[in-house]
Design a protein around this ligand. Structure first.
Ligand code: IPM
Ligand code: MG
Length: 358
């Protein structure tokens, strides 16, 4: 029986609704298994801009650093879209990842049998199912490289630079090999080594680290091909490791073939004990405050927190089984509802269905 301090970064748009859903689930788990989860809210993103003028107040960084773990909803919205880059809500997320040293982003994507009908792929592909883990590098690459505006040969231009150090590639490669060891022992490293120098260093380094993991089968795939293979035959993937930007793009693609981006959780881990758990989707301002959001990605992120941050695997399994059950029982939020769905549940009602199965 433990006591855990969790920093809650609800953020913007649907962020508050989905985080509150996950907190209800954590409370239920606490009752069932005898744990106490102390949750302290912190501002980040657009709401922090409105309240303090800054997307990521220092108090938030400190609060997260002093917690055992961070649960985040989503940041951003049209209200703040025209601010300069440094002041945008997204900067809060990037700043938090960087400040907490969260270089490993785990994004699992699997096809729930109950949602086969939601998968946009052909039936024979869907029948094979898929269960993959995307390991995305999260604190380097083009997201954090030098950028700016300048006068170029043809007038004004903008630039963003991709840089990766050997150290950054080594540590994400090890994280991916470790993940592969716990799964089907197959790792695919995704890059653009036919064009980019960072990718050539990436490939070289991954192959060197591979020697430490003779039990894991490793291969390379170019990112354009990977985008195609993900929809051609997703069952070929077990663990995938890739750079920050490729991982951003490919994880959205992977989410859509599960049926909805509203289902995908993520864990961001680093050297420090304090990880960050968040759904991979955004703040969905179009449905914010209407009780329409799918809370499952955030609920599943809380399950990942229990498993990775607190080593509470029975508790995590319990949440994941409840989500499986909810889907098997036909409970649907709007994003995963089809023509024949009779009742479409809101965010709160869906959460209650999960609670009833814990
Ligand atoms: C994600 C998001 C973020 C990213 C945005 C909001 C900065 O798309 O977590 O995938 O690009 O990393
Ligand atoms: Mg993204």
């Amino acid at each position: 029986m433990g006591t855990y301090n969790i920093a809650l970064v609800r953020g913007d748009g649907i962020g508050p609704e989905i985080v509150d859903s996950a907190v209800r689930v954590l409370e239920k788990i606490g009752q069932k298994f005898g744990h106490t989860f102390h949750c302290t809210p912190y501002l980040a993103g657009g709401c922090a801009i409105d309240a303090t003028g800054k997307p990521l107040p220092e108090e938030t960084v400190q609060g997260c650093l002093n917690s055992d773990s961070v649960l985040l909803g989503a940041v951003g919205g049209p209200k703040w879209d025209n601010l300069p880059g440094e002041l945008r809500p997204e900067k809060a997320l990037l700043g938090l990842r960087k400040a907490l040293g969260l270089y490993t982003n785990l994004r699992p994507a699997r096809l729930y049998p109950a949602l086969k009908g939601e998968c946009p792929l052909r039936a024979d592909i869907v029948d094979e199912g898929f269960d993959l883990m995307m390991v995305r590098e999260l604190t380097g690459g083009i997201y954090f490289g030098e950028r700016g505006r300048r006068d170029g040969a043809n007038g004004p231009e903008a630039y963003d630079t991709e840089a990766y150090s050997v150290m950054e590639i080594e540590r994400i490669a090890r994280a991916a090999f470790d993940a592969a060891r716990k799964r089907r022992k197959k790792l695919i490293s995704i890059d653009k080594a036919n064009v980019l120098e960072t990718s050539r260093l990436w490939r070289e380094t991954v192959h060197r680290i591979a020697k430490e993991y003779p039990d894991v089968e490793v291969s390379d795939m170019l990112v354009d091909n990977a985008a195609m293979q993900l929809v051609r035959r997703p069952s070929q993937f077990d663990v995938v490791v890739t750079s920050n930007m490729f991982g951003d793009i490919l994880s959205d693609e992977a989410s859509q073939i599960t049926g909805s981006i509203g289902l995908l959780p993520s864990a961001s881990l680093g050297a420090s004990r304090c990880g960050l758990y968040e759904p991979i989707h955004g703040s969905a301002p179009d449905i914010a405050g209407q009780d329409k959001a799918n809370p499952l990605a955030t609920i599943l992120s809380a399950a990942m927190m229990l498993r990775y941050a607190f080593d509470l695997s029975a508790e995590a399994d319990c949440i994941e089984a409840a989500v499986d059950q909810v889907l098997n029982d036909g409970c649907r939020t709007a994003d995963i509802a089809r023509g024949e769905t009779k009742t479409i549940l809101g965010c709160q009602a869906m959460t209650t269905e999960v609670l009833n199965r814990i």
